[in-house]
Design a protein around this ligand. Structure first.
Ligand SMILES: NC(=O)c1ccc[n+]([C@@H]2O[C@H](COP(=O)([O-])OP(=O)(O)OC[C@H]3O[C@@H](n4cnc5c(N)ncnc54)[C@H](O)[C@@H]3O)[C@@H](O)[C@H]2O)c1
Length: 438
């Protein structure tokens, strides 16, 4: 999958903003191959050394997957929770790996010249800053979704990957699932006619996060480094772990949590890049607690090509369309196609299933693609540029929701037009000394 650079104005703006115009011409070749890496090259037979940032839930799972890959070695673990690193290190050793180097400070991990790649599985406010730091330190980066906490950070991450000629892959693993690649190929071949609309959804039954209490930081946690780029706040006992997702200061709500997975597939299948209008509705209907982000949300993205994508997220009600809690449906002039997990069903215009296909999922193929991309000096399946474009949909949906606005956006780059209050949410404030630089 080669991302097409169809938006030269936006791409130029990225370089201008980052002061990288001079470097812009030499970034990628037309074939999508990265220019020759300036740092340590990884040859076809080398083991790729991987360090994991954040080893609680997702990072721990990725650690195990990388450790079981014959082409990779997990050599470094980094977490600000000492309980998490202790547990992960033991599991890694039990899996047959050598004792990893352990640190709580990602900057120390990045100093190690023997390290080839990092996985960023810390909370969202760390995703782009750590990606940028990783690229600047000469590391390839597997960054969990969403690839940024703000739209601005997404642009910076793209620019950093290009400037430092690094492979940067987002953890939108569906881009590498054979069943979904097959389904999208059918859409692109016109099997359901012209695809005009895609519906995406997520349903689950999450509990309340309650009302937190501010107080002393537990002795197992480095709260300062957990916050990193985010302006400082007192420690509150219902944020770490996981529930930061539902606080705007660190997370992007369900849209940035599960919406990104579905919207990325929808944008891929409908074959659109940036929207021209974004509307959002919903609210916090289920619990009266500390959650700030909506538990019920509907977002509509209209694209200049005359295509529409919608997202419906219900974080408290498990019944979703097509008897599925998570899915993507595509609607064409000659039929429709529904994706559930890694499988798809194609329907004709009489709503009769005419074909079933797909299968194969998990993380392994996506990690394999990342490692191959490093060895081959090519863009990975979920390259940061495509990742940014999909993640931007989440940011725009959240901005529309937070400002109760219809957003009109520049179809050439996604920028918010004629709405200073909404445009202000394109970026964030940083803790002094933590502004991303590259
Ligand atoms: N691709 C997928 O299917 C998938 C699935 C689950 C989660 N995720 C993503 O993975 C990320 C992590 O999710 P999670 O559920 O494990 O979250 P979590 O809150 O449970 O774990 C995050 C970990 O990062 C650590 N951390 C925080 N700051 C750090 C720092 N400065 N340095 C090192 N470690 C730091 C925390 O201590 C914690 O151990 C999220 O951004 C989420 O969106 C992706």
């Amino acid at each position: 999958m080669q991302p097409s650079l169809r938006n030269p104005i936006r791409d130029r703006r990225i370089f201008l903003q980052a002061g990288l115009l001079a470097a812009g011409g030499a970034l990628t070749s037309r074939s999508g191959l990265l220019a020759t890496p300036s740092e340590k090259a990884v040859s076809a037979n080398d083991m790729i050394s991987v360090g994991i940032m954040g080893v609680n839930g997702r990072g721990r799972s990725l650690m195990k997957s990388f450790a079981s890959n014959s082409g990779a070695r997990v050599t470094h673990l980094c977490d600000v929770d000492t309980r998490a690193t202790d547990r992960a290190a033991q599991e890694l050793i039990d899996q047959g790996a050598a004792q990893p180097t352990i640190t709580g400070d990602v900057r120390k991990m990045l100093e190690d010249k023997t390290l080839d790649a990092i996985v960023v599985a810390a909370p969202n406010h760390w995703h782009a800053p750590a990606t940028i730091m990783g690229c600047a330190a000469g590391k390839h980066v597997y960054v969990e979704k969403p690839c940024s906490y703000t739209a601005q950070e997404g642009e910076w991450a793209v620019a950093a990957a290009q400037k430092h000629r690094r492979v940067v892959q987002m953890g939108s693993q569906r881009r590498s699932w054979p069943g979904l690649i097959e389904a999208i190929a059918k859409l692109k071949a016109g099997d359901i006619g012209e695809v005009l609309y895609s519906r995406t959804w997520y349903n689950s039954r999450r509990g309340s996060i309650g009302t937190g209490v501010t107080g002393a930081v537990p002795d197992w946690l480095d709260w300062d480094l957990w916050q990193g780029p985010a302006p400082r706040r007192p420690f509150k006992n219902n944020v770490v772990h996981y529930n930061w997702h539902w606080h705007w200061h660190w997370g992007n709500g369900e849209l940035g949590n599960n919406g990104i997975h579905a919207l990325d597939v929808a944008r891929w299948g409908v074959d659109v890049t940036y929207p021209q209008r974004v509307t959002a509705g919903g609210g916090r209907h289920r619990f009266d607690d500390d959650q700030e982000t909506p538990d019920t949300m509907m977002v509509t993205f209209d694209f200049p090509e005359g295509r529409t994508i919608t997202w419906e997220g219900l974080s408290w009600s498990p019944l979703g369309p097509h008897e599925s809690r998570f899915g993507i449906s595509f609607h064409g002039t000659e039929g429709s196609l529904v994706i559930r997990d890694a499988k798809y069903v194609q329907f004709n215009l009489q709503d009769k299933p005419v074909l079933e296909g797909g299968g194969g999922g998990g993380d392994h193929v996506h990690l394999e693609d990342f490692l191959d991309a490093i060895r081959q000096g090519r863009r990975p399946n979920a390259d940061i540029l495509e990742a940014h474009r999909s993640t931007l949909l989440c940011h725009l949906g959240n901005i529309a929701y937070r400002t109760s606005s219809v957003l009109h956006t520049d179809p050439d780059n996604g920028a918010i037009l004629n709405h200073p209050e909404a445009a202000a949410l394109w970026t964030r404030e940083y803790e002094t000394g933590w502004e991303p630089t590259f």
